[in-house]
Design a protein around this ligand. Structure first.
Ligand SMILES: [Zn+2]
Length: 423
């Protein structure tokens, strides 16, 4: 990915560095050739050559680290029912949609993203296209086809339809097939392996949110094989038993972590495993479900998931655990472009402070993405991936949802989006 050449100074701004400190007024940030060289009080900033420096200055501007979508599905598109994921479009069209979604995410302030699972093997190649500046998008951490037990949540087509699921999921029976699936993903070049330890409210009959879709032995085989090849493992974990299995099997992250009891909470904190709740999706499913003809049993399941997930997220944060923010966007009632609704939801509904929420959406996201030495906080030596907001999200968090208020979305020091490009 290209870097900016030259020096930029953002002067006299409000700044939130993502390290845990509150936002401060009258700050300055300098970056040179795309690398941050100074963050601190404007009065004590180093002198700079005004002739040869781009200066951005407005006391109403707030500078924060670029946002990180920790559960991004660039290949999901307006999914109204699960079947839309596997047979609606061919790989050629899904690839174009994924590139468009990546651009949109960047425009929404997301300079990095960790994928939560990919159709076909598109993430790996989308990542290359972004890194090679062929298309714009967040710095992407690639996932691949997802792994699920036969008959589990992602195996919805009955055998008589004779529909292959090879573009979507690798279906396994037993630890040997689990190992074979991971080995295929190793060859595909993914960085994370996404699994389905549990079901979901979306499938209320055979695979609801309290069922298991993989055995502990299968999950353990996935982790052993993935870790051997330096891949990380995460899983769709709703049911308590599935969360416990994932933590005992050595998972690196939990998606959702919905129904946690004291035992799973202790295990989680002991291993300091991050959780990405992706919770606004549940509220959207409850509120907008009737418009999309979701059965009442599905809506009821999403309500139970929303309640359980909200309680777990509060407990995790309070106990000092790590939460990443990502939202499973790409469904008809939770479309791409709405990413920051996860942020305002965590403030307005779950009750996190704006500072806590934005730290989850930046610093913790970078830890999950494995890039915390490069991005995620605003500190000297890190890359200039940042967002300049025309307004104060610590007064009005909803401003994060309005990309018309973004003066600049900056990656490697280059302004990639924002209204400054048109003014
Ligand atoms: Zn997902």
């Amino acid at each position: 990915m290209k870097s900016q050449h030259g020096k930029t100074v953002i002067n006299n701004c409000r700044l939130f560095d993502g390290t845990g400190s509150a936002a401060r007024e009258n700050q300055a940030l300098h970056y040179d050739d795309g690398v941050i060289t100074y963050v601190g009080d404007a009065v004590s900033q180093p002198e700079y050559d005004v002739q040869h420096t781009r200066v951005i200055e407005d006391p109403n501007f707030t500078v924060i680290p670029g946002l990180i979508e920790a559960h991004f599905h660039p290949t999901y598109f307006n999914v109204a029912e699960l079947e839309d994921l596997d047979i609606k479009y061919p790989v050629e069209y899904v690839t174009l949609l994924a590139a468009a979604n990546a651009k949109l995410a960047l425009e929404c302030g997301y300079t990095s993203a960790r994928s939560g699972g990919s159709l076909f093997n598109i993430d790996v190649w989308l990542k290359k296209a972004i890194n090679d500046d062929v298309v714009v998008g967040p710095r992407l951490v690639a996932n691949g086809r997802e792994i699920c037990g036969v008959g589990g949540l992602m195996d919805w087509n009955p055998d008589y339809r004779k529909i292959g699921m090879e573009g979507l999921v690798l279906l396994i029976n037993g630890p040997d097939e689990a190992r074979a699936a991971v080995r295929k993903l190793v060859k595909d070049g993914v960085e994370w392996v996404k699994t389905y330890p549990t079901g979901d409210a979306a499938a209320p009959d055979a695979n609801d949110h309290h069922t298991l879709c993989m055995t502990f032995e299968e999950m353990h085989a996935v982790v052993e094989t993935a870790h051997n090849h330096n891949l990380k493992v995460t899983g769709h974990c709703r049911a308590t038993e599935g969360i416990k299995n994932a933590l005992l099997a050595g998972y690196d992250c939990l998606e959702h972590g919905t129904f946690m009891d004291d035992e799973t909470m202790d295990l989680l904190l002991e291993r300091d495993v991050p959780v990405v709740p992706a919770l606004y999706f549940e509220l959207a499913s409850v509120n907008k479900g009737p418009d999309f003809n979701l059965p009442q049993s599905v809506i009821d399941g999403h309500q139970e998931t929303l309640d359980g997930g909200t309680e777990s997220a509060r407990r995790i944060l309070k106990a000092g655990g790590r939460i990443g923010l990502g939202g499973d966007y790409g469904f008809a009632w939770n479309p791409h472009g709405d990413y920051a609704k996860e942020i305002s939801f965590f403030v307005n509904y779950v009750g996190f402070t704006a500072e806590e929420t934005l730290m989850c959406a930046t610093k913790t996201g970078s830890e999950i993405a494995g890039s915390s030495d490069l991005v995620g906080t605003l500190e000297a030596g890190k890359l200039a991936d940042l967002l300049i907001i025309d307004g104060n999200p610590f007064e009005t968090i909803d401003i994060m949802e309005d990309r018309n208020k973004f003066y600049a979305v900056i990656q490697n020091g280059i302004i990639k989006s924002g209204y400054s490009l048109n003014s």
